[in-house]
Ligand binder design. Structure first.
Ligand code: SAH
Ligand code: SF4
Length: 381
């Protein structure tokens, strides 16, 4: 089997070139042809020596992911479904805005974390994506969009690892992909414009700060451990105080001076004023140690198996006003692409559940979600 060159960051490609008996700097030229020009045919890479092109034809290839579908939303959002083999497919979403173009990328086929409100989680987990499969989403989207929009320059200005999967549970493949995104010879994205979103894999947050610090978003969703345990099962392993202390440390290396906390607004579950007040207390305790953050409230995007409902606008506004009054910058995420099921948490692709997460989630559903403790009630969903 020949090597897929999308599997390498620039350093990896330099090592590969050396293994072919070539000088390391050849990798820079090659990397630019692939990522900046979107080329996959070595014969078209005109400034590479003929001998190198011949070697590459024997030992390497640049493989795009087969596209299973491409959907266009009326708001300009585009969603692709890519085939990653063995019956698995992952989704990628492009979200155009006035001042930027954001690509939402998947990191796994499915997800093993199994959050109750997430359709990827409900599908279960098949496998980690390779670096090539992560990068191929950006490689294809960037060059497709340049053609489609007749845009000579870069179209994608921001990347968010918020598609299917938990990126920090696929760390080894993630980091080279991030490095290629940041590389000036690759996509040249600034660290502030590449965001890793995590449900809270604490040990990997500290590794990320050492290996490749980028903007960090943390999916919080609950102000106390019992409630967060029931929404984000990983909280049982890495509870809130541990997670928030790690977030505080991350800021020492982070390209932004705040962490974004995402909070999915679930009607009657985590959206009450009392929850917001408890959240303020929790974050203030950590702010005393240096934690700086912004909140991004995400109206829940429903899917039928979840049995959960979206908080109404007034409730979301009330929740936001408690956070704002406490001095926290708080935004409410606009839902984009919901006519093509491309909104947050709706990415389901098509995944063979090889670890039976889906049946574990079905069992979890029998467990009631805790109401806020001071109200001493629970709701069955
Ligand atoms: N696994 C990572 C990144 C992918 S999920 C994480 O959990 O952070 C990206 C974001 O979408 C997360 O904040 C997640 O909590 C949110 N999300 C998941 N399901 C959702 C839904 N149904 N409605 C709204 N947001 C959802
Ligand atoms: Fe996985 Fe993130 Fe979905 Fe949770 S919200 S199941 S961590 S993709």
């Amino acid at each position: 089997m020949t090597a897929n060159l999308l599997d390498f960051d620039l350093e990896g490609l330099a090592v590969f070139c050396e293994s072919l008996g070539e000088k390391r700097f050849r990798a820079t030229q090659l990397f630019r042809w692939i990522h900046q020009r979107g080329m996959s045919n070595f014969d078209d890479m005109s400034d590479l020596a003929k001998s190198l092109r011949e070697k590459l034809k024997l030992h390497a290839h640049v493989a795009a992911l087969p596209i299973l579908s491409q959907q266009f939303s009326k708001d300009g959002t585009i969603k692709w479904l890519f085939d990653v083999g063995r019956g698995d497919a992952v989704e990628t979403v492009f979200i155009p805005e006035d001042d930027r173009g954001t690509l939402c990328i998947s990191s796994q086929a499915g997800c093993a974390v199994g959050c109750r409100f997430c359709s990827t989680g409900h599908q279960g987990f098949s496998r980690n994506l390779s670096t090539a499969e992560i990068l191929a989403q950006l490689w294809f989207a960037e060059h497709f969009l340049r053609q489609h929009l007749s845009h000579p320059d870069r179209v994608i200005s921001n990347v968010v690892m918020m598609g299917m999967g938990e990126p920090l549970q696929n760390y080894n493949a993630l980091v080279p992909a991030l490095k290629a995104m940041l590389d000036d010879h690759g996509y040249g994205l600034s660290r502030r414009r590449v965001t890793v979103s995590t449900s809270g894999v604490v040990p990997m947050i500290s590794r990320l700060s050492a290996d490749c610090p980028v903007a960090l978003a943390v999916s919080l969703h609950g102000p106390n451990n019992p409630l967060r345990d029931s929404l984000v099962p990983l909280n049982r392993k890495y509870p809130l105080d541990e997670l928030l202390s790690e977030c505080t440390l991350y800021l020492n290396k982070a390209p932004r001076d705040f962490i974004t906390f995402e909070y999915c607004m679930l009607m009657g579950v985590n959206d009450q004023v009392a929850h917001a007040q408890e959240l303020v207390q929790l974050i203030r305790r950590h702010a005393a140690n240096g934690l700086r953050c912004k909140f991004n409230l995400i109206p829940f995007n429903p899917f039928k198996e979840s049995g959960l409902l979206r908080s109404d606008d007034a409730t979301v506004q009330q929740f936001a006003s408690v956070l704002l009054a406490a001095g926290f910058v708080t935004t409410v995420r606009k839902t984009r692409g919901d006519d093509i099921d491309a909104a947050c948490g709706q990415l389901a692709g098509d995944v063979k559940d090889r670890t039976d997460v889906a049946s574990r989630i079905a069992q979890q559903r029998a467990v009631p979600i805790e109401w806020h403790p001071i109200q001493q009630k629970s709701i069955q969903i």
